[in-house]
Design a protein around this ligand. Structure first.
Ligand code: FES
Length: 286
């Protein structure tokens, strides 16, 4: 690195104009990619949630709609069958101007988990608010640093959102399992098989598990409150071994954050395209 001689500086030697820095690397690549990546995924997921149809095909259920708490209104194309609905038909009091989308009931849970994630917080603070846009890069506003205080205290809910995220892993694992079973439309018999969609949904659970079980809050719950990990027998305790695995995932949290986000988005896209007849699902049933 070389000092930027022309930029005005503050006490301490840092430059004091937005985005000015003494860094010579391409520090802006990360924030730009973050803006593009999050904008693509969030825009697609919002659009997909408002579609309220084509979220089911064969035995594939889009993770953006799982679990299906209330069944879509009669005649909705690509809707989950009644036996896969938890609480019955769509509520009659639902406002008619809002699409009857099962996604609206559940997306708040994974959404809250992602939004308050320690990694994503760093990423969107830098890329969307530029406060600062990078290490040793001048922020858009130079106010005294207050950290995550005042209304930003809601970010502490992450530790509670984590429990819901763990529950969702089991729900999505169940969805992945049933994606290997198809009901014969003629005989009604269940047939084991495998399709591209089965693999897509299975990989989704693997990536989401890598993200969820590498969560800082999960790692703390598993091992944070213990004074010693060793068991009475002298062997490492079960919690210690889980904590080690969580620590391995935690060191790769950014990787799992992005791969799982893109893959969960792709899962919906794949099932939607198959359900709408735009692409064919290669499988052992047809
Ligand atoms: Fe990222 Fe918990 S810190 S999911």
């Amino acid at each position: 690195m070389t000092a930027n001689a022309t930029a005005p500086t503050t006490a301490g030697g840092h430059t004091s104009e937005f985005a000015r820095t003494s860094r010579t690397d391409r520090w802006w690549v990360g924030p730009v990619l973050t803006v593009i990546g999050l904008a693509v995924c969030v825009t697609y997921m919002t659009w997909a949630a408002f579609q309220a149809q084509h979220y089911w095909w064969g035995s594939y259920l889009s993770p953006l709609y799982s679990p299906v708490l209330f069944g879509s209104p009669e005649g909705t194309p690509g809707a989950a069958p009644a036996e896969h609905v938890l609480f019955g038909p769509w509520p009659s009091w639902w406002p008619p101007f809002i699409p009857a989308s099962p996604a609206f009931w559940i997306l708040v849970f994974p959404g809250a988990f992602r939004f308050t994630c320690y990694y994503y917080r760093k990423a969107y603070y830098r890329s969307f608010t530029a406060t600062p846009p990078g290490c040793a890069v001048c922020p858009v506003r130079q106010t005294s640093y207050r950290g995550e205080t005042r209304w930003l205290l809601f970010q502490n809910w992450h530790r509670y959102a984590m429990y819901f995220a763990v529950i969702f892993i089991f729900i999505l694992a169940y969805d992945a399992l049933i994606s290997f079973v198809r009901v014969d439309p003629v005989t009604g018999a269940k047939q084991f098989g495998i399709g591209v969609g089965s693999l897509v949904l299975t990989l989704n659970v693997v990536l989401l598990s890598g993200y969820t079980f590498g969560c800082h809050s999960f790692r703390h719950v598993i091992g944070g409150g213990r004074n010693r990990f060793s068991g009475a027998s002298g062997k490492p305790s079960l919690f210690y071994r889980i904590w080690q695995k969580a620590s391995w995932l935690n060191a790769r949290h950014m990787l799992f954050a992005w791969t799982s986000l893109y893959w969960v988005t792709f899962c919906d896209f794949y099932i939607r395209m198959v359900s709408m007849g735009y692409i064919r699902d290669y499988n052992t049933w047809d």
